[in-house]
Design a protein around this ligand. Structure first.
Ligand code: SF4
Length: 484
């Protein structure tokens, strides 16, 4: 059951919806758009149910029908084109029209189902189309709401500005440490909890990372790439211990061209992994590099922190900020999540004000997504959640409050199973935009990724993308890399 299903399920009997297509074409969009209109329904591929949607492809000719037992509710017949992207849009719009007529509902993101919505706005911004005209185009061609279209155009413009800082040889390096002291309720199972067994593997894991990095340096050189942004993430990298973090930094500095590196992000993440010796070490590198530190409260509500499985309070976050400032860190990012279990509108608003009082350089506003492999996915009945309308209003409210405080939206992505199908937006003060975040969204630069669960991304001609996946399991990763 998805969060958006849960939210509207209360008090409703569950509608059974089926969909069928005689082609694999746009099957994901078919299911995704139906699900967005019927968040509380049980939706399956096949036939039967209370409402059945059927797509029939015959060459370029397509018919979509909506039926209930013994009755046709709506139908559309239309033609696709040779262009795949254009055809996908035509299919989405026709399906949307049927669903809108049946439900009397509109979706803020219209027919967009992908995780990188800014991609459709880049050509409009690059062509200098006036904002009003571009917004109308997005509303007309993708059924995006006016507010979301304006946000999209603003983010795309800021992303393009950030990317002017790098050339086509620029690439990123991701170092993944998918281990955390405790597991958050909404986290995917592929992040490991720091138990005795994992603790005993930390040195070996570091050894495997260093070995994979050695291979990666050769590949970077062969591809004539320049690493401009390095990101330590995955969980809480500091769990490796200061000695191991130092070994990784030494390896990076001995093998990469220091002049190319514009940014190093260290996801310190949770205050229970931030201490003086870690900050002392990172401060050494801060002298030569633009170090971004992430200290992520997610919420300032201690009750919620307990619910989501964090072993700390918001006071601990404040102390971590103070300590980081003492060591000279100015470029600090803070993640917050909108829609956490049992949180009300005022809880989230308080979180925004509390985080602003810490004056971070950037704030990333996530909307809760319930990952398929999270504990929350199986325990959702124990909590209640904000409704979609409140979430949407709070997203608008957050944007206006952060704009007043001088933060600009500079990157954006959407995830599966997000509350209300909304968005995650990274805000920053100008000049503090995370380069890595923008590069990973734009998919024009290679991303070299090392560590368990890491995914490398290589970009070829005509924007063809190849992904290389590392095993998610720590032990499997170690044995693959070290051949033991
Ligand atoms: S801090 Fe992030 S990676 Fe770690 S358990 Fe929580 S959600 Fe997962």
């Amino acid at each position: 059951m998805f969060l958006k299903d849960i939210i509207l399920k209360r008090g409703n009997s569950k509608l059974k919806i089926t969909y069928y297509s005689n082609s694999q074409k746009f099957l994901y969009d078919f299911q995704h758009i139906i699900r967005a209109f019927y968040p509380n329904a049980e939706i399956n591929f096949g036939s039967g149910g209370d409402i059945h949607f059927k797509a029939q492809f015959e060459g370029f000719n397509v018919t979509i029908k909506a039926q209930e037992p013994g009755k046709e509710l709506a139908a559309r017949n239309f033609l696709l084109t040779e262009d795949e992207h254009e055809s996908k849009r035509i299919f989405g719009k026709n399906l949307y029209d049927i669903l809108k007529a049946l439900t009397n509902k509109e979706l803020p993101w219209g027919i967009l189902t992908g995780i990188r919505p800014t991609k459709i706005a880049y050509p409009l911004v690059k062509a200098n189309m006036p904002v009003e005209e571009a917004s109308k185009y997005l509303q007309r061609e993708y059924y995006i709401s006016k507010k979301k279209s304006l946000l999209l155009l603003e983010v795309a413009k800021n992303e393009i500005e950030v990317l002017k800082r790098v050339d086509s040889f620029a690439a990123c390096l991701y170092i993944g440490i998918p281990i955390c002291p405790t597991k958050c309720l909404y986290c995917s199972f592929s992040c490991h909890e720091l138990n005795k067994k994992i603790e005993s593997l930390l040195d070996l894991y570091t050894q495997a990372l260093l070995t994979e990095l050695e291979r990666t340096y050769k590949l970077i050189e062969k591809n004539e790439n320049k690493i401009v942004a390095i990101y330590f993430g995955g969980g809480s990298p500091a769990v490796l211990g200061v000695g191991n973090v130092k070994r990784i930094f030494e390896s990076l500095l001995a093998n990469l061209n220091k002049e190319d590196i514009r940014e190093i992000t260290f996801e310190a993440g949770r205050p229970d992994t931030i201490n003086e010796s870690l900050l002392e070490l990172l401060a050494l590198y801060k002298k030569d590099f633009n170090m971004r530190l992430c200290i992520n409260p997610q919420t300032s509500n201690d009750r919620t922190l307990q619910i989501i499985g964090r072993n700390h309070s918001f006071e601990d976050i404040k102390r971590a900020f103070e300590l980081a400032r003492e060591y000279g860190f100015e470029n600090i990012n803070s993640d917050v999540i909108l829609g956490l279990p049992n949180e009300k509108e005022e809880d989230f608003q308080k979180t925004i004000y509390d985080v602003l009082s810490l004056n971070p350089a950037s704030i990333t506003v996530h909307t809760l997504s319930i990952k398929r492999a999270s504990v929350l996915r199986f325990k959702w009945q124990d909590y209640w959640f904000m409704d979609e309308g409140t979430v949407n209003n709070l997203l608008d409210w957050t944007k206006s409050i952060l704009s007043e405080e001088g933060y600009i939206p500079y990157y954006m992505y959407r995830q599966k199973n997000m509350i209300g199908n909304f968005e995650n937006v990274g805000y920053s003060k100008r000049g503090f935009e995370g380069l890595y975040n923008v590069m990973i969204m734009q998919e024009k630069h290679n991303i070299y990724a090392c560590g368990a669960k890491a995914v490398s991304k290589f970009i070829f001609e005509n924007d063809r993308i190849e992904r290389v996946f590392n095993p998610a399991d720590i032990q499997l990763y170690i044995s693959r890399i070290l051949n033991i």
